[in-house]
Design a protein around this ligand. Structure first.
Ligand SMILES: C[S@@+](CC[C@H](N)C(=O)[O-])C[C@H]1O[C@@H](n2cnc3c(N)ncnc32)[C@H](O)[C@@H]1O
Length: 262
């Protein structure tokens, strides 16, 4: 499968309603609480220009526009997500502050140096060419601009078979990297890492949430699960493997901030 096929598969999966049913509106461990922490670490001030890369349904971008009064551009590979995010911005009266575009994190359609900050939540792990995406973050940032990332961390050599393959890649696990590897990717793009935090408990809470919602949907809406291709026989083993991987330190979630040299 080539890089564009991987991106399309991932974007297609994340435009499905079943993902919203299982995860809620915020498609990353830690939800909006962790997004608020990330925003705090970036010390955003009103009218700054912020880019949210892989903006999903717009939850992160709209929170930043609403709470921090910044002007946000969101970009996502899935046209359906872009449309939903723009609709949510319009409905919330934030259309003047939040604009959503369909596009590729590895080829950002923005001018050099036009943003004060770039955020990217739970998505660098899915990009086939992470170095290229990081170089794009650096290119569109002004000198002294900041990057805030939250992402899945793994020790790829220790992942069990249940957490490998295309499904696991889409679930943000199979191509995730250790925390220090993300820091290196950013550093090679000219983004100096200023802080890192582990949020592995957030990953456990997300696994618990997915299990609870699967159990509920199994009773209330089994056809929605089967129509979406959810394999209820395999799910318990995958969730058990994910929990064990968090417990032994193979899988986790982290926050990183970095700055572009002035
Ligand atoms: C796990 S979701 C995270 C969404 C959002 N950041 C959040 O935390 O709610 C991953 C998102 O990355 C998007 N995506 C995947 N590959 C992409 C790419 N190459 N460029 C832009 N978006 C991409 C998917 O469409 C999906 O919306």
């Amino acid at each position: 499968m080539n890089h564009d096929d991987i991106k399309s598969c991932c974007a297609d999966a994340y435009s499905r309603d079943i993902v919203a049913l299982l995860l809620g509106d915020s498609y990353h461990p830690g939800g909006t609480a962790l997004t608020r922490r990330l925003a705090g670490a970036l010390t955003l001030t009103p009218d700054m220009r912020v880019l949210d890369v892989a903006s999903g349904r717009g939850t992160t971008a709209l929170l930043l526009a609403d709470v921090h009064r910044v002007r946000v551009d969101g970009i996502d590979y899935a046209p359906a997500n872009t449309a939903l995010a723009q609709g949510a911005a319009d409905a919330a009266g934030l259309a003047g502050r939040a604009v959503f575009t369909t596009g590729d994190a590895e080829r950002l359609p923005y001018d050099d140096g036009m943003f004060d900050a770039v955020v990217c939540e739970c998505a660098l792990c899915t990009f086939p060419d992470k170095a290229r995406a990081a170089a794009e973050f650096a290119r569109v940032l002004r000198p002294g601009g900041r990057v805030g990332i939250t992402d899945v961390t793994t020790d790829p050599d220790r992942l069990p078979p249940e957490l490998l393959g295309l499904g696991a890649r889409i679930a943000c696990v199979a191509d995730a990297r250790p925390l220090d590897a993300y820091a290196q990717i950013l550093a090679r793009a000219g983004l100096h890492v200023t802080a890192t935090e582990r949020h592995d408990q957030a990953m456990l809470r997300m696994i618990d949430q997915i299990e609870a919602r699967l159990n509920l949907l199994r009773i209330t809406a089994p056809t929605r699960l089967s129509d979406a291709g959810v394999d209820l026989t395999a799910a318990p083993n995958v969730l058990r493997a994910a929990r064990a991987a968090v417990a032994d330190g193979t899988l986790g979630y982290a926050l990183l901030t970095a700055v572009k040299s002035p």
